[in-house]
Ligand binder design. Structure first.
Ligand code: HEM
Length: 183
């Protein structure tokens, strides 16, 4: 019956044992290919990579044009002078004063980057204060530029720590924030 619908099938032996043999002959290579693609190690070895992947990797290896300033080569030894939050507010770059930014209580002198932290500039919200919470949240809102970052989540704390590392490599540490005197 089948062979009358598909005359070419008549040349095959369609007995059960032959069908089993055909299944093995066709099925095994398919299984092999499937197993190779699904069980391959998550970082494929170089020989399995395509030319396009190689080209993409080469492109990524080329240094990107830096947007952020590079780390500083000549940082001064860190100082440990105490500043209350009130004292710190003076260092906002107004009237030619220095600009200090505190992160997690450590005060950095960012005066040489007055172009971004100076009055009216993009990041002036962080000048003369500890705005740790805003840095962690990637927020420039005044209400977020506060020292208390206790309600930040894990990811935001990581962002904050990254900023701390960024500043540590670029700006001199000139002191630390201490509680306001209670007089
Ligand atoms: C559209 C959004 C933003 C763009 C296009 C942008 C762009 C930039 C660029 C180009 C720089 C390098 C500036 C320089 O070195 O002269 C920079 C640095 C910086 N950005 Fe942003 N930014 C954005 C949002 C933010 C936000 C929301 C924050 C809040 C935390 C932030 C915080 C900073 C800080 C702290 C620096 C480091 C400045 C330094 O000390 O060198 N940025 N940003």
């Amino acid at each position: 019956m089948t062979s009358s619908w598909f005359p070419f099938l008549s040349q095959f032996d369609l007995s059960p044992s032959s069908i089993a043999t055909y299944s093995l002959a066709i099925g095994l290579p398919i299984l092999y290919v499937l197993a190779k693609s699904f069980l391959a190690p998550s970082s494929p070895s170089h020989s399995q990579e395509t030319e396009a992947q190689d080209t993409a990797k080469e492109t990524l290896k080329k240094p990107l044009k830096p947007i952020m300033q590079p780390p500083s080569e000549n940082l001064a030894p860190p100082k440990d002078d105490p500043y209350t939050p009130e004292e710190l507010t003076k260092y906002d770059g107004k009237d030619g004063r220095p600009i200090y930014v505190a992160i997690k209580g450590t005060i950095f002198d960012v005066t040489r980057k007055a172009d971004v932290y100076g009055p009216g500039k993009s990041y002036s919200i962080f000048a003369g204060k500890d705005g740790s919470k805003g840095l962690g949240m990637s927020s420039l809102k005044a209400e977020h530029a506060i020292a208390d970052y206790s309600d930040l989540g894990e990811t935001e704390r990581k962002v904050l720590d990254d900023w701390y590392a960024f500043f540590s490599k670029r700006y001199n540490i000139i002191g630390r924030v201490v509680p306001s005197s209670s007089s």
